[in-house]
Each structure stands twice: as C-alpha cells, then as structure tokens.
Design a protein around this ligand. Structure first.
Ligand code: GRF
Length: 206
C-alpha cells in the first residue's frame, strides 16, 4: 500500500519560480508530496497564477488587513491547519515569521536563500556576494528559526561568479540551481533524513 503523501503549504510573495519547480517535481514524481494550499501576502503575486494554472488552491492574505502580525499569522496558520499541511515551504516569501508560526509549525518550516549561508544573509544576497568579490556563490535550503537565515542547513549548491557578472546574471544562475536543489531538499526532509534536527527544533521554546 502506498504511503500517504505529505502535505506542503507554500508561502510566496512574488514570481513563484521555485513554486513552479516544486510543482514540476511533484508532477514528475521526484517529490512524493502534495500542495493543498499556496498563500501569498501579496495579492498580485505572479505565483498565485502558477498555483491556479496547476489547479492548486491559493489565497492572498494581506497583512495590512490585520491589526497585529500575530493576528495575520493566526489567519495564515488557521488556513494551513485547515489544509492539514505537514510542512511549510517558504518560496520567496518576503516577510519575517513571528512566534505564532514558529509555535504551530515547530521544525517544519523550510526556506531557500540565494547565497551560501552563513554568508550574505538578508536582502540582496547576490549583490552582497558580488560586492564582496567572491569567486562563487549559490543557494541554501535551511530550516527556519527566529534568527533570520540562520537555521540548520539542509542543502547547498554553488555556482561560479564569472568575470563581468552583474546582479541579474548571477541571480539567474543561482535561480536555476535553486530550482534543482529545493525540491530535492524538501524530499529529503519528508523522507525523514533530518529527524534529529527536527526533534531538536521541536524542543526549542519560543
Ligand atoms: C529566490 O531567489 C529565493 O532564493 C529567495 O527569493 C527568490 C524567490 O524567487 N528566497 P521565486 O519567487 O521563487 O521566483
């Protein structure tokens, strides 16, 4: 008998190319999971169309409609719980998470960041790498913890930085490896390869 598929809730803010790569990996059976719900904090995120075209339920939840971050996150969590998600995957979700999400999905939140963490946390990671005159950069999939871009690393992939690169070229080169790495890393987490880390994260008091 086949095992029940794990459910992934994907949070986005914009373009949604990583969401598209995850959907493709699921369709190609490289990732044994399903996406019951995509949530965007931005009502005009292109990623919402990608979800739609794939026949995946999607919602825009506007933080401005809530008095506090706590209430906004409570609304998101309610939807994710209703959709019975096992994991939250951040795919270009441009908001920092607060305690409400961490409490409800301890050790179950993943993110992808366009640098070789711990180098170049935060915004414009590709530009930071160029300005630091690095010879290579890449992307990192990690568990999300309250400290930004600092949670335990699940997987990394590197790309060269070439003579004459600009931010756009480097971003594109990194993005194409993101699309390979993220679905693989999600699959490994779902398969239980990181259970020790997950247990540790679940014991943290927020
Ligand atoms: C990616 O570069 C990812 O590393 C970062 O945000 C960007 C999202 O792109 N966290 P997309 O929306 O998945 O196309």
């Amino acid at each position: 008998m086949s095992q029940k598929l794990k459910k992934i809730g994907v949070l986005i803010s914009g373009r949604g190319s990583n969401l598209a790569a995850i959907i493709q990996a699921i369709n190609e059976k490289k990732l044994q999971a399903e996406i019951p719900l995509v949530i965007s904090n931005n009502p005009v995120a292109k990623g919402l169309e990608i979800a739609n075209e794939a026949g995946i339920a999607s919602l825009a939840i506007d933080p401005k409609a809530y008095i506090t971050t706590q209430r906004y996150e409570a609304a998101i969590c309610m939807q994710l719980k209703e959709a019975k998600v096992d994991y939250i995957v951040l795919a270009g979700y441009m908001k920092l998470l607060g305690d409400t999400m961490f409490q409800m999905f301890k050790g179950k939140i993943l993110n992808i960041h366009p640098s070789l963490l711990p180098k170049f946390k935060g915004l414009k990671a590709q530009r930071q790498a160029l300005e630091a005159k690095e010879k290579e950069s890449g992307c990192t999939v990690h568990f999300v913890t309250p400290e930004m871009d600092a949670g335990p690393i699940i997987a990394q992939a590197s790309v060269p930085i070439k003579e004459g690169d600009n931010e756009q070229r480097l971003s594109e080169r990194i993005l194409s490896v993101e699309h390979q790495l993220y679905p693989k890393a999600i699959a490994e987490v779902i398969e239980g390869k990181f259970e020790n880390i997950v247990k540790k994260l679940q014991n943290i008091k927020y």
